[in-house]
Design a protein around this ligand. Structure first.
Ligand SMILES: [Fe+2]
Length: 295
């Protein structure tokens, strides 16, 4: 199971596409009908789909998996009565699978038989998405739900988040204890710390400063630098997230505390709490499909 992409709808999608390619550093994967796609250096055909629309919302966050994993997901999701439907992807890379809406509203898509593409050279390009984090009304309940319904595993719990993995990477998603359901942020995996730092420099060239970072997180130990994109999503340069074994001991909030005035391992940057919070409320999830039996 791998996190692949996020599908977003927003006004002025062309401008978001331009920001993500010209300034953020991703490559264009072209446009199809009213949707612009961006990709990284890895083999996924795209990482972010930007569809032109009157309002901003997230259509889905997409994972790719095996046929066996999809069959198991269908059983688990059906048993728990979640809203879901079979789907055929019209996005780059094709494939078919299911859409599922968690009880709070987050929408995930699981695909099989997707196409991949040749990798691109370029040390400045993001490689792929490393995680997409959701805001959550009840992160504990939703963490339990994705363990039961999606066979994901909680890696760590902190005061702010429930970190969840779907493979050996410490987290591919997390649920922030926000009190509401929306997109929290999208994290792009960079090749190394230099690529993160050069990304920060590139944004500084365009008069953008990090909303938080650079720094190194506690859980997952990944390096980060967060920015508020002009299209009101929080985006992150990240690298070097820990890989964890199957029997990784689940950390509790008391295992992840900071000394006074520290909220990361380095303690070298401020955090724009208000700006981040505002942007984190911007993209809600919108379901424009009707539930249908999976099995
Ligand atoms: Fe992150």
């Amino acid at each position: 199971m791998k996190l692949r992409s996020i599908e977003m709808v927003l006004p002025e999608a062309d401008k978001a596409h331009q920001f993500l390619t010209d300034i953020w550093g991703a490559a264009s994967a072209g446009s199809k009908e009213n949707t612009h796609y961006i990709r990284g250096s890895g083999t996924f055909p795209y990482l972010v789909a930007l569809e032109e629309g009157d309002s901003s919302f997230v259509r889905s966050v997409t994972f790719v998996c095996s046929a066996q994993e999809l069959d198991e997901l269908k059983q688990r999701i059906s048993q728990r009565g979640l809203m879901a439907c079979p789907t055929e992807s019209k996005d780059l890379g094709g494939g078919e699978g299911i859409l599922v809406q968690l009880s709070e509203g987050q929408i995930l898509r699981f695909l099989i038989n997707t196409h991949e593409v040749e990798p691109l050279a370029g040390a400045e390009l993001p490689v792929k998405l490393t995680h997409v984090v959701f805001n959550s009304e009840d992160a504990e309940k939703t963490g339990d739900l994705v363990e039961a319904a999606l066979n994901f595993r909680v890696s760590d719990r902190t005061k702010g988040m429930v970190f969840v993995r779907c493979n050996e990477s410490h987290h591919s998603t997390a649920f922030a204890r926000a009190g509401f359901c929306s997109l929290n942020h999208i994290a792009f995996e960079m090749a190394d710390i230099d690529a993160v730092m050069r990304g920060v420099g590139r944004l500084r060239d365009h008069n953008m400063v990090p909303a938080w970072g650079p720094g190194r997180h506690g859980p997952g130990a990944n390096v980060f630098a967060y920015f508020i994109a002009p299209f009101n999503a929080v985006v992150e340069f990240s690298t070097a997230v820990n890989k964890v074994p199957e029997d990784y001991p689940v950390g509790a909030p008391e295992d992840w505390t900071w000394p006074p005035n520290r909220i990361d391992q380095w303690g070298m940057s401020d955090k724009d709490f208000d700006g981040l919070r505002k942007a984190e409320e911007h993209f809600k999830f919108h379901r424009d499909w009707q539930p249908a039996p999976l099995v």
